[in-house]
Design a protein around this ligand. Structure first.
Ligand SMILES: Cc1cc2nc3c(=O)[nH]c(=O)nc-3n(C[C@H](O)[C@H](O)[C@H](O)COP(=O)(O)OP(=O)(O)OC[C@H]3O[C@@H](n4cnc5c(N)ncnc54)[C@H](O)[C@@H]3O)c2cc1C
Length: 101
């Protein structure tokens, strides 16, 4: 088998999923919270501070009610990523309320 045939047989690299960890009202960019994995291809790639990365957005089914007064978020590792955005949204809404908006 030639090298080209071998490469043709290989799957393309699978995309890595990252949860948006910021709320769109509070900043003009998107923040992700990525954990550095030993020998992890993409998490190590982030260390090179890339200027551009190829991305696509996928809609999440994970939502938080904004009606709550008090809530405890529990997560392991990077599972805390969406909570960061939820907290920013809550703070943003409280600020709007204070301003009577
Ligand atoms: C819905 C969802 C949301 C996610 N959200 C986040 C998030 O917000 N933040 C976050 O940090 N992560 C998140 N992840 C995990 C993320 O998508 C990646 O899986 C993670 O960053 C590791 O990717 P990587 O390219 O760095 O590691 P990879 O290169 O995929 O490696 C992962 C592991 O496999 C081992 N490995 C790789 N290649 C080989 C090989 N050939 N032989 C043996 N072992 C090998 C590596 O040593 C490493 O331990 C999420 C995943 C999902 C499914």
């Amino acid at each position: 088998m030639t090298f080209v045939d071998f490469v043709d047989l290989c799957d393309s690299m699978a995309p890595r999923l990252f949860t948006i960890a910021s709320h769109y009202h509070t900043q003009n960019n998107v923040v992700i919270a990525a954990s550095l994995i030993e020998n992890g291809l993409i998490s190590k790639f982030f260390l090179t501070k890339p200027q551009y990365v190829k991305t696509e957005l996928r809609k999440s089914t994970f939502t938080a009610s904004m009606d709550w007064k008090k809530v405890i978020y529990i997560a392991a590792g990077t599972g805390l990523a969406p909570f960061r955005g939820f907290i920013q949204e809550k703070v943003y809404n409280l600020e709007l309320k204070k301003q009577g908006k």
